[in-house]
Design a protein around this ligand. Structure first.
Ligand code: FE2
Length: 295
């Protein structure tokens, strides 16, 4: 299976109205027309949408969409998954219409997160950020990255590596059965991080990459002006080199705004590491506060 990148995600929770203003005015995403299933939708580039928000009783990750090259790649990927014993179904006509994609398959990861494989995403209007963000770095890098919290590392890692074709970038060992693993499927250092800190499952954060330090600083100013809780102060990660900060969205998960993320090539060697170069105070404590919960 060759994934092109993280394509879109859906999130849910009670504070959808607060999330809508956070997404537009602080994160700088562009609000666009609601999707056919009623989700509030936000664009990050010329794609019709990249983030969908649903009203729900509790904060949760609704789905993650990973892009494949086309109908043939999707059919081949589904066949490989089925041959490996993974339950995967074709998306219904309603689901394809709601996501505005040409082809869709639906499955779950071992932690129960709903995953979608898709191709043929619709385009939308030209991107214009209500917060003045020049652009988000997407294209061949995909939307950004997510950090998923899982209750058991080994089944999740096996699934993302062997079933979805991700490769290791590096990892942090937190002790027996605990750690953070960073996985790539395109030149972005990681599109998915898998973290285990105990019996929890859910979405910890979505990272959106902007062109430069001033774009991160302006997002930092918007977050503070809007009194958005800062979950990790400014800092630079050791592994992906990202200069960033994290803030907690009204739907429980965090949004990392960063720049200067590392790009990998074939010469990259996966190695363990620990800690950041500097900053990101609060990040470790934020790992227990996610969209999702105990399992
Ligand atoms: Fe991150």
């Amino acid at each position: 299976m060759q994934l092109l990148g993280l394509g879109y995600l859906g999130v849910a929770g009670p504070e959808v109205a607060g999330f809508a203003s956070f997404a537009a005015d602080v994160a700088g995403l562009m609000p666009v027309a609601a999707l056919a299933d009623g989700a509030l939708a936000f664009a990050a580039d010329a794609r019709r949408f990249r983030l969908a928000a649903y009203r729900g009783d509790k904060n949760a990750l609704a789905y993650l969409g990973f892009e494949v090259a086309g109908a043939e790649a999707l059919a081949k990927g589904v066949a490989e998954l089925r041959a490996a014993g993974v339950a995967v179904r074709e998306g219904s006509a309603e689901e394809r219409a709601a996501r505005e994609v040409a082809g869709l398959a639906v499955l779950s990861d071992p932690a129960g997160h709903r995953l979608e494989l898709f191709h043929g995403a619709a385009s939308g209007a030209a991107f214009r950020s209500p917060a003045g963000v020049a652009r988000f770095l997407t294209g061949e890098l995909g939307l950004g990255h997510v950090n998923l919290i899982v209750p058991e590392l080994e089944p999740a890692l096996r699934f993302y590596r062997e079933r979805l074709g991700f490769a290791d970038s590096d990892w942090m060992d937190f002790g027996p059965g605990m750690g953070g693993y960073f996985l790539h499927c395109n030149p972005r250092h990681h599109s998915v991080a898998i973290t285990c800190i105990g019996p929890l499952a859910g979405l910890h954060h979505l990272m959106l990459e902007v062109p430069g330090v001033d774009d991160v600083g302006q997002a930092w100013d918007r977050a503070n002006a809007a009194k958005v809780p800062i979950s990790a102060a400014l800092g630079r990660h050791r592994n992906d080199g990202m200069f960033s900060f994290y803030m907690q969205s009204p739907l429980g998960f965090h949004v990392e705004i960063g720049c200067q993320g590392r790009r990998l090539d074939a010469s990259w060697k996966a190695e363990p590491f620990l800690g950041d170069i500097w900053g990101h105070e609060g990040l470790a404590a934020s790992l227990g506060s996610i969209a999702g919960g105990p399992v």
